[in-house]
Design a protein around this ligand. Structure first.
Ligand code: F6R
Length: 617
């Protein structure tokens, strides 16, 4: 939530900053702003609204500074307004700050600073930071340091020591006009090493076109970024070296590549994302390989319970993961929502393996849930799409989906890649433990290899989905029904619909319908049924028939030959085992939500009230 960009180099900073913010708008989009150092002063330009509005601000093109910071906001403290937009200045206009995260003790700090005669213009928690820096710079022990640069860094460190909460912060000052100071705790921040300057961002895609060499800042680590150097310090300001990480993502992968929206592009990228996630993890006739985690048979044999913990779409991927792990590895597996898991004192010990799924690797609740399990002695395994993200740095083991950058707020290719990776992980565990027939695993491997071309088949036939979308886009409610893994994917279909079309929807286990929810079914309501398990066809059909009888309009997504029935629309998808069928059956539902949102004229990539990376609890 909230996006940060920074630049120090030989080029004009403004275009780089705005361009970076545009790439990061998925992190928040209710206001935007930049600050650059212009000769001896800081110039701040900001307003509420989308990043593009910055181009309309008077004087924005006159900014010549080559050092600057920028921010796109997802409001937490204070409504979207010019005053609440970042960057924020201290009262003397000497320090400009952008901040991602939440300062939990900001009202205490505000009271303290108010007593010292500091005034506040905004309702944000962030505004305490530049004023605290100013306070330490002018009143703290550092105020006697003669060297401006050392004094500035020490003042930032002292200010940060006063903060409780999460933060990624950039600070500039005309007192030290050729540097940006950055620091983070529980909020992401990366520094890109370029040839004509150095770049800072909360997410790699924002600066991927300038460099593929990144420093991944650690919690409580400071960096002083100048045009040709980046210096790193720990929280007592002792300098240390840091290794560069080369990120393989293709810069074009972060663009729209001719598609109207990122979401549509990402839906169509799923065959590639699945292929790349399978990568070299297995070949037919050979065992799965996870050299990167090396889990021993001795350890795995002792594991008597697995938790899969995640939020939203990632949690839905976990539901299918549970089915796979229980079926192939015979280890009881519980799926939990991270924000619930962390507050309900889960039963965890050293024989519990906790798996955390997070596309961004930065979701605050998931990170906290991971730390909790570690503190109770469990081993933790992270599944993420972002190399070096916070979750992967905290976990004992980390494995990666290879979906490439996912920019649209509604997750699509990350979900399918996550299910693929958990399927491979479950096969790997089963091979180590010998809990599943080898022939059965071989068959599943062949089915996984076939998935990309089957997704392509679905993507080649979107007409029925479009027609259906155009029939139902004005509706207020929709219902998704399924059994087994079809229920898991129904939850994801329903979430996608809510997120980008604002249509109220519910997913129900088809067998549960008659225990209450059927009371909501009335003439003309839309019901989407998913039927991909041969063993459950009859039962599922009877349940869906119950809504047909009550006048529902039905769309069925299936890989079965259904007996003559009264369904209004049927989307046939290729056959694959029920264990991994969500990877195929989710695709028509993603497209349905997409086409409905388009028919309603909505901004598909940036749905209201949402942000891509939820770094607040
Ligand atoms: C839905 C969606 C969210 C995320 C959730 C977790 O389309 O994107 O529900 O899945 O916020 O995010 P990550 O996977 O980054 O932890």
């Amino acid at each position: 939530m909230c996006g940060i960009v920074g630049y120090v180099g030989s080029k004009k900073a403004t275009p780089i900053l705005i361009d970076g913010l545009l790439c990061l708008e998925y992190r928040g989009y209710d206001s935007a702003g930049i600050a650059t150092i212009e000769k001896d002063v800081i110039k701040v330009m900001k307003d509420k609204g989308r990043v593009n509005n910055l181009y309309n601000l008077d004087g924005i093109n006159d900014l010549e500074g080559t050092v600057g910071i920028a921010h796109t906001r997802w409001a937490t403290h204070g409504k979207p307004s010019k005053e609440n937009s970042h960057p924020h200045l201290d009262n003397s206009n000497t320090f400009a700050v952008v901040h991602n995260g939440i300062i939990e003790n900001y009202s205490e700090l505000k009271d303290f600073l108010s007593l010292k005669r500091y005034n506040f213009i905004s309702q944000t928690d962030t505004e305490v930071i530049p004023n605290l820096i100013h306070y330490h710079y002018t009143n703290g022990p550092e105020s006697v340091i003669e060297d401006n640069y050392e004094r500035f860094l020490t003042a930032v460190k002292s200010a940060v020591q006063d903060l409780k909460g999460s933060y990624a912060v950039e600070v500039i000052s005309p007192l030290c006009p050729d540097e940006v100071i950055v620091v983070r705790k529980d909020s992401p921040l990366v520094i890109g090493k370029g040839t004509d300057g150095n770049y800072i961002a909360s997410d790699i895609p924002a600066i991927l076109k300038y460099t593929k060499d990144f420093y991944l800042l650690d919690d409580n680590e400071f960096a002083v970024v100048t045009a040709d150097k980046v210096k790193f310090y720990d929280n007592s300001l002792t300098e240390h070296n840091k290794a560069i990480k080369n990120i393989e993502w293709d810069a074009n992968a972060a663009g729209k590549d001719g598609y109207e929206d990122y979401m549509l592009k990402e839906i169509f990228e799923q065959p590639t994302a699945i292929r790349e996630t399978i990568g070299s993890r297995f070949r037919l006739g050979e065992k799965c390989s996870f050299d990167d985690i090396e889990i021993s048979k001795e350890y795995l044999s002792k594991v008597n319970k697995i938790y899969i913990v995640a939020c939203g779409t990632a949690m839905h991927a976990g539901l299918t993961g549970k089915t796979l792990i229980e079926k192939l590895c015979k280890i009881p597996t519980v799926v939990d929502i991270a924000s619930e898991f962390r507050y309900r004192d889960p039963l965890i010990d050293e024989n519990t393996l906790c798996i955390y799924i997070s596309q961004s690797g930065e979701t605050a609740d998931t990170i906290a849930a991971l730390k909790l399990a570690k503190s109770k002695g469990a081993k933790t395994l992270a599944i993420s799409n972002v190399i070096g993200s916070s979750i992967t740095r905290e976990a004992d083991y980390s494995i990666y989906t290879h979906a490439g950058p996912e920019i649209a707020v509604a997750s699509t290719k990350a979900y399918t890649s996550q299910v693929v990776l958990i399927a491979i992980l479950a096969m790997y565990f089963a091979e180590i433990l010998g809990t599943c027939d080898e022939a059965c695993i071989e068959e599943l491997k062949a089915d996984l290899i076939d998935l990309p071309s089957k997704v392509e088949q679905i993507l080649d036939n979107t007409d029925v989905i479009k027609t259906f979308a155009n029939k139902v886009y004005t509706e207020k409610d929709m219902f998704f029904l399924g059994r087994g893994t079809d229920y898991n994917v129904a939850l994801e279909g329903s979430l996608k619909l809510k997120e980008i079309t604002y249509i109220h929807s519910e997913a129900n286990a088809a067998g549960e319908l008659k225990h209450g929810p059927i009371a909501l079914i009335e003439n003309g309501v839309t019901v989407i049924g998913i039927i991909t398990d041969e063993k459950l066809v009859e039962k599922s059909i009877s349940n869906i028939q119950e809504v047909v009888t009550r006048g529902a309009k039905t769309l069925i997504i299936t890989n079965q030959i259904l007996p003559n029935s009264h369904f209004d629309y049927v989307i046939n998808i290729p056959k694959t085992p029920p264990l991994i069928s969500p990877i195929l059956s989710v695709v028509p539902m993603q497209l349905l939500s997409y086409y409905i949102a388009k028919a309603k004229g909505l901004d598909v990539d940036k749905p209201r009230n949402l942000a891509k990376s939820v770094t607040v609890e």
